[in-house]
Design a protein. Structure first.
Length: 253
């Protein structure tokens, strides 16, 4: 079981209506894009606490999100080095500014919060539930084939753990053949990516053939949404929390 696959459980987040969870994730994601550093840190702390109750503690997150954390470090350094302002450090005539440091921290934390929100939705929601929610949200919009888009969304969530498993298997196979000792990073990337892409496309072809063999059709029984009766309170608390995140920018320093 990978980090981005569904984890069964009976928590509040597992039993919430998937439409409520999607609205909550969208609302918090939009709020984070407008909130400052204090509100973003508060949201990050709350998310880390929720994920810990689901068995995803900080140690496991760091261990399995090393690539994403490396990307955040690159984003932070890019913002720190590319923003003009008051210099903090000057090396070889190149200045790292205070404004760039603050901007890099804020942008990196925003990316991290949005990713953790998506992770919270993924680990507590089955792919079929996400498919049903996408179809329900897109149904009132004209000229959009909501059933086809919903199937694509559900399959995308299903394929994410499969791609990660394939990448792990290929990486182990390459290391067993001493491929990790190659000094050329471009060559190492090609050796890793080509087999992963090949296995992914092969799996997609197999899935397409299997769906055709079973006479799959978009005209299926309408999905039923399960509710626990707490969706209204969760949305109200989410609105209050989002407003609090925005108001932290106006608190005296």
């Amino acid at each position: 079981m990978t980090l981005f696959s569904y984890h069964s459980g009976g928590t509040l987040w597992h039993t919430l209506d998937v439409r409520c969870k999607c609205l909550m994730v969208c609302l918090l994601s939009l709020t984070v894009l407008k909130a400052g550093l204090p509100g973003t840190i508060i949201c990050l702390g709350v998310l880390m606490g929720i994920l810990k109750t689901l068995g995803l503690g900080p140690a496991r997150l760091v261990r399995q999100l090393k690539g994403f954390l490396l990307l955040l470090i690159v984003i932070f350094l890019s913002r720190w080095a590319g923003t003009s302002g008051d210099p903090m450090v000057t090396l070889f005539g190149f200045s790292l500014t205070r404004q760039g440091f603050s901007s890099g921290i804020l942008v990196s934390f925003r990316f991290l919060v949005v990713m953790l929100l998506g992770l919270l939705l993924t680990v507590t929601t089955r792919s079929m539930e996400v498919k049903a929610a996408v179809q329900w949200f897109l149904k009132p919009i004209p000229f959009i084939p909501e059933k086809r888009v919903a199937v694509m969304a559900g399959l995308s969530l299903k394929f994410m753990p499969l791609i990660l498993d394939n990448a792990r298997e290929v990486n182990h196979a390459v290391n067993a053949r001493c491929g990790n000792l190659r000094k050329n990073p471009v060559r190492r990337l090609i050796i890793l990516s080509w087999p992963v892409l090949k296995k992914t496309f092969q799996s997609a072809d197999d899935l397409g053939l299997a769906m055709q063999a079973r006479c799959y059709s978009e005209n299926r029984t309408a999905p039923r949404f399960l509710q626990n009766g707490k969706e209204g309170w969760v949305l109200i608390l989410t609105l209050i929390f989002s407003a609090g995140m925005l108001l932290t920018d106006y608190l005296p320093a």
